[in-house]
Write a protein that binds this ligand. Structure first.
Ligand code: BGC
Length: 455
């Protein structure tokens, strides 16, 4: 990145009306784990499992956003955000996941929405960002098809309360990560290490997305419905062996990207034979009519992008998975998570989606993008990261991709899942002992960028 990237006014211009936002998620910021009748979620349970989260951190208090949300909305107003992406905690609204609605849970989101609207910020809620009610997990969680129906019922409850003021909705956050980390490898809640037996979780989440899309449209006539998928361009190393490594890259792309985009945008699943799935009904998991529900038209595709993924053929041909994850040979800058910083991967990803889905690709929204950096207020590396990725979006727009908005991850330092409070993604630093918020240099940079893009 050149020194000019620090000057927000020199960032390439995105089209008029482009929406500038920031993202968070309920379990990562709210705290108030038991307040106002909230039920337990799978994360409330998982964080108590010894060794599950680094240093035993929990989201019990997190950023204390449940009590301090007005202060956080004031920070968003200072940034000049057009929109704010947050998630609702399902067990705050329905403590047992279904049945009895907890009015105090809905009241909280009602107040948050009103406070955002007063600040001129468009609320953009996500219905599910991984904190499934524990009561539903006790019945099998997303391994159980019934959870998709409970999700649609929950969508109706929320939409009936907020739909008079909220038009843009996101159903699920990153069903790939929830399936693989939560049910495949067991490093996130609910902590099942089922490997490929986790695949039904993909279908049941997607079915839930389709059913919730219909529920939102029924309750909110002008609803704009999106899903936020984690997407990654898949890359080979320069020393790749032609056929084996290309096959591994194809298989990885199928699992990470196409398994979650194809059914929504094309109405069919990709060939999963590399994962031992030769029967198109997945042994009865995919039922007649499901794909029609899942592929109901969307108003936008949310894309969460952090970095490309490098793969090689598996070193052990008998391995369960048809790829090995690899490291790039290029000396990319790294975040404190050790993720490579590759802005052009975002241009590649966006143009690749356009090439793959053509007219079936709805407008794209970048629903997450950001980086973890060391604690401290002078976060030049974060500014470079954001500037590089925003420029990469502008390039994709120049190449014909319809991108409508950008939500950076994240407004605040927060509970970073299995890493606890060790990874800091915020434009605003949070002192977790006191709850004190202090804007970083990147906060001022993003504020200036938004202002200059509007002028
Ligand atoms: C998730 C966020 C998470 C971020 C950084 C995304 O996968 O949606 O909840 O904090 O990545 O790891």
């Amino acid at each position: 990145m050149t020194t000019s990237s620090i000057d927000a006014t020199r960032s390439p211009r995105l089209p008029a009306g482009f929406v500038w936002g920031a993202s968070t998620a309920a379990y990562q910021i709210e705290g108030a784990a038991e307040a106002d009748g909230k039920g337990a979620s799978i994360w409330d349970t998982f964080v108590r499992r010894p060794g599950a989260v680094r240093d035993g951190h929990t989201g019990d208090i997190a950023c204390d956003h449940h009590r301090r949300f007005e202060e956080d909305v004031a920070l968003m107003r200072r940034l000049g955000l057009d929109a704010y992406r947050f998630s609702l905690s399902w067990p705050r609204v329905l403590p047992a996941g279904a049945g009895r609605v907890e009015p105090r849970g809905l009241d909280f989101y009602d107040r948050l929405v009103d406070s955002l609207l007063d600040a001129g910020i468009e609320p953009t809620p996500t219905l599910f960002h991984w904190d499934l009610p524990q009561a539903l997990e006790d019945g099998g969680g997303w391994l159980n098809r019934e959870t998709a129906h409970r999700f649609a019922e929950y969508a109706t409850v929320v939409a009936e309360r907020l739909g008079d003021r909220v038009t843009r909705w996101i159903t699920l956050n990153e069903p790939f990560v929830h399936m693989s980390f939560g049910y495949g490898f067991g490093v996130h809640a609910p902590g099942h290490a089922l490997m490929l037996d986790a695949l039904p979780v993909a279908h049941h989440q997607l079915l839930g997305h389709g059913l919730a899309t219909a529920a939102l449209r029924a309750a909110v006539p002008n609803a704009q419905v999106l899903i936020a998928n984690n997407c990654t361009p898949v890359r080979l190393r320069p020393d790749a062996r032609r056929d084996e490594d290309a096959a591994a890259a194809h298989a990885y792309d199928v699992l990470h990207n196409r398994l979650f985009n194809d059914p929504i945008l094309s109405g069919s699943y990709p060939d999963l034979s590399a994962y031992g799935m030769t029967d198109s009904s997945w042994g009865g998991v995919v039922r007649e009519g499901d794909l029609a529900t899942i592929s109901a038209p969307l108003d936008g595709l949310g894309v969460n992008y952090y970095n490309p993924t490098w793969v090689t053929a598996p070193a052990d041909p008998a391995a369960a998975l048809p790829f090995d994850l690899a490291e790039p040979v290029e000396p990319y800058e790294r975040t404190t998570f050790d993720w490579p910083v590759v802005p052009d991967g975002l241009t590649e990803l966006l143009t690749g989606l356009q090439d793959r889905y053509g007219d079936r690709l709805p407008p794209v929204w970048i629903t997450e993008n950001g980086c973890s950096q060391p604690a401290g207020l002078h976060d030049r590396a974060r500014i470079d990261y954001l500037a590089g990725h925003i420029a990469a979006i502008a390039r994709a727009v120049d190449l014909g991709v319809d991108v409508r908005g950008y939500f950076t991850w994240s407004l605040l330092d927060n509970f970073e899942w299995a890493e606890g409070y060790h990874q800091r993604f915020g434009l605003v630093e949070v002192d977790f002992a006191t709850g004190r918020r202090t804007p970083r240099d990147s906060f001022g940079w993003y504020r200036d960028l938004i202002a200059s893009q509007r002028s």
